[in-house]
Ligand binder design. Structure first.
Ligand code: 13P
Ligand code: SF4
Length: 326
């Protein structure tokens, strides 16, 4: 598809169809490069949801995974939200159902449920407040000290938040993303040792997030070179860094934005096989079809959407979504 994109025909056709349909195209940082390049906005999951809520267009074409398109629909209920392939799921979101949350709450009456945005609308509807990788610590700090917290569904993000907040009465669901769990501490250590001057950008969902901070704590990597960041935070940090080399621990689609943000730094993946097959289900052909045929429309039942919206809006009122996640 790169050839079609390169000669501009595909790009021109996508833009023409978007105008015709009064559509705005949003793309997550892990999308294929040609999808990122044709989109109106590229960003992390929360930034895109907020762009959806602000959009003037009547239709949003969400190039990302299903829970992200659902969040856009929750925040922009009057707009038509399309996803080019509704099978683009998320292995992390799949680790917990609304029934699981209800059963967990029954075991901890009075606990506050904090749900990462990587969850279905039905799970968000069971939560008190949502969080993203960029504001999870602020959200946890906003919960009164004496209230237990049920944090779901990512165990590595949960461990990171527990570490930075020092929160003891926080229970963490044992979910993980198969892509980020596969970026492990041993791989990170080997890469960091081979490139002693490189900075490390680590997504908090990674299996190596704990190891990165341990390496920093043990003096193996200078602490100021280790940054735990959301995908949006990585782009901000890429613009500011003066390092010659940055090792990036997250899904490899991220490299396209980072390299564009700062061409004088070398951005390299910690694990070059860390690819999310769900994100990559959104292809150039499917985006064209989505715009031509108005498919596939996302719908969320009104009562679920209303409850989920409360949890998302509470997060927006507390957290600072533009921060980097440290
Ligand atoms: P961000 O919110 O940091 O973009 O992360 C979303 C995600 O799915 C990470 O795998
Ligand atoms: Fe879900 Fe992991 Fe893919 Fe992100 S990278 S969308 S958490 S499966």
């Amino acid at each position: 598809m790169a050839t079609i994109s390169a000669n501009g025909i595909w790009t021109a056709e996508v833009r023409r169809l978007a105008r015709e349909r009064d559509a705005v195209i949003l793309a997550h940082n892990y999308q294929r490069p040609e999808i990122q390049d044709v989109a109106d906005h590229v960003g992390d999951s929360l930034a895109l949801s907020r762009a959806a809520a602000r959009a003037d267009a009547g239709t949003i074409v969400f190039c990302g995974v299903h829970f992200m398109a659902e969040t856009a629909k929750i925040l922009a209920p009057d707009k038509t939200v399309l996803i080019p392939d509704p099978r683009a799921g998320c292995s992390l979101a799949d680790t917990i159902s609304a029934d699981d949350v209800r059963a967990w709450k029954a075991e901890h009456p009075g606990a506050v449920v904090v749900a990462y945005v990587n969850t279905s609308a039905a799970v968000k509807a069971e939560a008190d407040v949502c969080c993203t990788s960029s504001n999870a610590a602020d959200v946890v700090r906003s919960v009164p000290e004496d209230r237990e917290i049920l944090f779901l569904p990512d165990q590595f993000l949960g461990a990171h938040v527990r570490r930075v907040t020092g929160r003891a009465n926080m229970h963490v669901w044992a979910g993980e993303c198969h892509v980020h769990a596969g970026i492990d501490g041993a791989t990170l250590r080997a890469r960091a040792e081979a490139s002693p001057d490189a900075e490390l950008f680590i997504h908090p969902e990674c299996g190596c997030a704990t190891s990165a901070l341990y390496l920093a704590g043990a003096g193996a990597v200078p602490a100021e070179r280790v940054r735990v960041l959301s995908t949006g935070g990585m782009v901000d940090a890429a613009r500011r860094t003066t390092a010659r080399q940055v090792l990036v621990a997250t899904e490899t689609g991220m490299l396209h934005q980072l390299r564009g943000a700062n061409p004088s730094t070398r951005f390299e993946p910690v694990n070059d096989r860390a690819e999310c097959r769900y994100m990559k289900m959104i292809t150039a052909e499917k985006l064209l079809r989505s715009l031509r045929e108005g498919v596939v429309e996302i719908s969320v039942a009104p009562e679920i959407a209303a409850a989920a919206r409360r949890a998302v809006e509470r997060m927006v009122a507390i957290g600072n979504p533009s921060r980097g996640g440290e």
